[in-house]
Design a protein around this ligand. Structure first.
Ligand code: SF4
Length: 363
């Protein structure tokens, strides 16, 4: 077997798109090592917008620009932006008065916004619009005297931000196992909401258990688990049906990345591993493996996936097919603070686009 080479971190920017076929062969040739590449994978519209927001802020205001928390949960993205002049902090109290600060894609509570205003910071809100949607739902349900059961992971920044919009009226449900011991005063006016990056299947199981305990439970008006999370899970499910090993590119603190590992294991992969960089792939993972599935979390630049494909090719996995389950072309407009560039022109990036689910078909 060829040696796996080190994949050095590359810069952000236009990714190289691998030359792949958009189909999965029914009958792989015996002895041929192949890669099934999930699509969609990698950057979502909210991550793209947040990264561009920091880059534009650096362009317009010069460095340093402060960013509260990691702008998106990916160490490569964060270290690349640091090199360009961004300074990442945990709290607004660490930022000099009057400086520019970007709020991350995961969103913030009103208390954080107020603390930034008190320090006279120039805030640029890169909260993903799909997280803002959940914030608005929380505010509205609290105003209408509902109690909110928020399904999500304790300590995740998005969960902290959402709970901060209705702190007196929200109870966190961390997992299906939490449901049996939940205590709520009013079982009539109850609604569930969720973090945007959870496992769809596990969340539906949690909701089923909640409804068993609380038959009057209301549903949110629309899905809180976002299109990008759902699409990446659907794609890796299809890949995992045919792959002995799945490699998920992404960082350990990226919720949607970690869920992709879980989903792969639950849907047929014998093994699934997360790596930040290609250099983390262990040669023994590939022992006896004919088909490797590859995907990446929503905060991962495509260049990191390309490095994994390059190293797999060095190891003899030259036959790459793309498994496409959806097409995405959603774009969000930049944060309002950045919509005018230095010349006063409105940025043309528009809100909208279409998300089309494809029936996955073998040829
Ligand atoms: S994963 Fe979903 S909610 Fe999070 S930034 Fe991307 S589109 Fe927005």
């Amino acid at each position: 077997m060829s040696t796996i080479t080190n994949g050095a971190a590359a810069s952000l920017g236009i990714p190289r798109v691998p030359a792949v076929r958009n189909r999965l062969r029914d009958n792989p040739v015996p002895g041929v090592k192949r890669v099934l590449l999930a699509a969609p994978r990698g950057y979502c519209a909210g991550v793209d917008r947040a990264v561009i927001a920091v880059e534009k802020a650096l362009e317009h205001y010069g460095s340093p620009v402060y960013v509260r928390k990691q702008i998106v949960h990916n160490i490569h993205v964060v270290s690349t932006l640091e090199k360009k002049g961004a300074i990442f902090v945990d709290e607004v109290g660490e930022v000099p008065e009057g400086a520019h600060i970007v709020f991350s894609a995961h969103g913030v509570s009103p208390a954080v916004v107020a603390a930034a205003a008190e320090r006279k910071l120039e805030a640029i809100d890169a909260t993903c619009p799909l997280v803002t949607k959940v914030h608005r739902e929380a505010v509205r349900f609290a105003r209408d005297d509902f109690h909110i059961l928020l399904i999500g992971h304790a300590g995740h920044e998005e969960v902290e931000g959402t709970m901060g919009h209705a702190p007196e009226r929200t109870t966190l449900v961390n997992s299906p196992a939490d449901v049996a011991t939940l205590e709520v005063a009013d079982t009539e006016n109850l609604v569930w909401l969720s973090q945007t990056t959870l496992s769809v299947d596990e969340t539906m199981e949690t909701v089923r258990l909640l409804r068993e305990r609380f038959p009057h439970l209301h549903n949110p008006p629309s899905d809180d688990i976002c299109y990008a999370t759902q699409n990446r899970q659907v794609a890796i499910k299809k890949v995992a049906e045919s792959a002995e090993l799945v490699i998920v590119v992404g960082s350990a603190n990226s919720s949607n990345t970690v869920r992709l590992v879980d989903v792969a294991l639950e849907n047929g992969a014998k093994a699934a591993y997360r790596v930040d960089y290609a250099s983390e792939i262990q040669q023994d993972w590939l022992d006896g493996v004919a088909t490797v599935g590859v995907t990446s979390g929503a905060s991962v630049p495509e260049v990191l996936v390309q490095e994994v494909l390059d190293d797999l090719a060095d190891a003899g996995y030259n036959d790459v097919s793309q498994v496409v389950t959806a097409e995405e072309d959603l774009m969000f407009s930049l944060p309002k603070e950045l919509r005018k560039d230095a010349s006063g022109r409105e940025d043309v990036r528009g809100l909208g686009g279409r998300i089309r689910q494809l029936d996955w078909q073998r040829p």
